[in-house]
Design a protein around this ligand. Sequence first.
Ligand SMILES: [Zn+2]
Length: 132
Amino acid sequence: MLTTKTLRQIRHAVRKLNSKASTHMKRQRGDSSPRQYTPEELREFAQILARMKEDSLQQVQILRESVIGGNPDDHAVMLIQRELRLVGYLDAALARIENGKYGFCLSCGELIDRGRLEAVPHTPLCLKCKSG
Ligand SMILES: [Zn+2]
């Protein structure tokens, strides 16, 4: 038979446990502040990079055909060069995923912000180094 007193003691114990658990969780979350990206995240970025590369190569193909078809204007040539440069960056980023260097700034070695990688997945530099 539970008395009011025992009930109160149980509630108190549960509350204490809960608060302990939540501080533990908070501490854990703090400790696992992203020092590197997880294999799942890297796989996601690899997929994005591969898709971008595919799109880019398709663009190059289309542009090349338009150049062959008629007057190769400077604009088309410029666009081809730009796409090929992007493909180069994408390849380099894919290579960095392979060798475990992806997500780290090539200049300062710091982890590149996830938001920045989402905006520019092939970037080799953190925002600080890019703008500095
Ligand atoms: Zn940097």
